[in-house]
Ligand binder design. Structure first.
Ligand SMILES: [Zn+2]
Ligand SMILES: [Zn+2]
Length: 99
């Protein structure tokens, strides 16, 4: 028997602002002879809209890789528009950049 689960993603539906969950189904894997969790995609819990990806991070701010504090940049801010972005490392806040 298949078991269906809904995993919280923290994302919000852009239409109704309902919660977006990842639907996980336990499927029997003949090869490994055990149940395996298979993702069936992301759905809005409220309106049922299907998402190819979770539209989160749009308003989420980038955190400083050194101290973990929020920086003034959003995750979708292009890197060339940012200050104190260290390539290969990530975003560093103003305070940590001085040191
Ligand atoms: Zn929705
Ligand atoms: Zn910092």
């Amino acid at each position: 028997m298949e078991k269906k689960m809904e995993k919280s993603t923290g994302g919000k539906c852009v239409v109704c602002s309902g919660e977006i969950v990842e639907v996980i189904v336990d499927e029997w894997d003949d090869l490994n002879e055990r149940f395996q969790e298979v993702s069936k995609g992301f759905y809005c819990k409220k309106c049922g809209l299907k998402y190819a990806f979770v539209p989160k991070g749009i308003e989420e701010k980038e955190k400083c890789v050194v101290c973990g504090k929020e920086t003034q940049y959003f995750r979708n801010t292009p890197i060339d528009k940012r200050e104190h972005y260290v390539e290969g490392v990530g975003q560093v806040c103003e305070e940590c950049a001085i040191e």
